[in-house]
Design a protein around this ligand. Structure first.
Ligand SMILES: *Cc1c(COP(=O)(O)O)cnc(C)c1O
Length: 387
């Protein structure tokens, strides 16, 4: 395991030691319920209050506007179902994109089955939505626009500020799934002027099973979890103190000297992209060349299967991902790759390398050393390649 070169940071990331250290006391000594009034309960309460402030500081909002959830998927579900329900009197139309994470797409499909109408905006070959399309999709009954900040497969970053502006000019609330963006690039909710924003700790070296939803003051989605009075009475369930503390610590660490980190990681990304393009024929870079997450590399290779590629990388102790069939547990290739216009064969032959803070040039070189040979071997086995 320790020899593994981990290049799948868009799927999840390793927990940082400093984060675990700060979480530990709340998994051991301070087990008290944060809603109680004795000392060990108060320790939890204080830690949660402080974590909320720390997260708000990084995102540029008020602590009261941060709600802890169990994951990014829950944040997306809450924002979308909650706001759709709360605004039913005004209308039943939602606008999203075709390349959202399933936490958004399947939530929208669920709403469609329950009387809502959803427009799924197309994207161009780089994965960008068109602002014209967005404007044209708006109806008098549109209550919510939900568009992801950065795509988890191809890394494309959407013009969030411009989308928020269009939404607000039309009196529509705007939610963004920023699970891939937070911790990776600068995210300031006031500067972006978004109304709701989802994030998840395990995508920026925090623990799994903890997320947050930013809800701007004055925006009122229906509650999603009913029960106790936690999270200002809006999200019931005894607080996961250790994970909340871990989320705050991981976010602070991830966003410390962020400009510098973005620059370094983008350089490593571009090094890999340039090298693959020069060393491997018949390949295609997926996603936008510049409006792209600093750690995202996504290629399609003609005449090969993504799964075979992953398997052979794995034999070389390299962990990466693909948008193809088996890895996603379904027979269809990635909806994202199909949406940017890839034919099925190319979508099946894709490779996603997602870099994290722990990756080095040596990791990149190890990948670049074995990848051309693997692609060539797989092509040699393909009946299609000769032609
Ligand atoms: C990972 C991810 C999610 C889901 O987050 P979880 O915490 O795993 O539920 C949602 N949206 C995007 C873009 C993601 O990358």
């Amino acid at each position: 395991m320790n020899n593994t070169i981990y290049l799948d940071n868009a799927a999840t990331t390793p927990l940082r030691k400093e984060v675990l250290d700060e979480m530990m006391p709340y998994l051991t000594d301070y087990y008290g319920n944060a809603s109680s009034i004795y000392k060990i309960g108060l320790a939890s309460r204080t830690a949660i209050d402080s974590a909320r402030e720390r997260v708000a500081n990084v995102l540029g909002c008020m602590p009261k506007e941060i709600y802890f959830t169990s994951c990014g998927s829950e944040s997306d579900n809450w924002a979308i179902k909650g706001y759709a329900m709360a605004s039913l009197k005004k209308g039943n139309h939602i606008i999203t994109s075709k390349i959202e994470h399933h936490a958004v797409l399947h939530t929208c499909q669920y709403l469609e089955k329950n009387g809502f109408e959803v427009t799924y905006l197309p994207v161009d070959e780089t994965g960008m939505i068109s602002l014209e399309d967005l404007k044209n999709a708006i109806r008098p009954t549109t209550t919510l626009i939900t568009i992801m900040y950065a795509n988890n497969e191809i890394g494309t970053i959407q013009p969030i500020k411009e989308i928020a502006k269009i939404a607000h000019e039309n009196g529509i609330v705007f939610h963004t799934d920023a699970v891939q963006a937070v911790g990776s690039i600068k995210v300031d909710v006031k500067e972006l002027d978004v109304d709701m924003l989802s994030l998840s700790a395990h995508k920026f070296n925090g623990p799994k099973g903890i997320g947050a939803l930013y809800i701007k003051r004055g925006v009122y989605p229906h509650n999603f979890m009913h029960g106790g009075a936690q999270e200002s009475g809006k999200r019931a369930g005894t607080e996961n103190t250790a994970n909340i503390v871990g989320l705050a610590k991981a976010l602070e660490l991830a966003t410390e000297n962020l400009d510098e980190k973005v620059k370094k990681l983008s350089e490593l990304r571009d090094y890999i992209i340039d090298k693959i393009q020069s060393d491997i024929p018949h390949c295609r870079l997926n996603g936008h060349r510049d409006m792209r997450l600093p750690g995202n590399v996504n290629f399609s290779f003609e005449f090969i299967e993504g799964e075979s590629l992953l398997l052979m990388l794995s034999m070389n102790d390299i962990a990466a991902s693909s948008g193809s069939a088996c890895t996603s547990g379904s027979l269809d290739p990635s909806h994202v790759l199909l949406s940017i216009g890839l034919p099925h064969e190319l979508a099946h032959g894709s490779l996603r390398v997602s870099l994290g803070y722990q990756n080095t040039k040596e990791d990149a070189d190890k990948l670049l050393q074995v990848l051309p040979g693997i692609v060539q071997r797989l092509r040699d086995m393909s009946p299609l390649y000769e032609n």
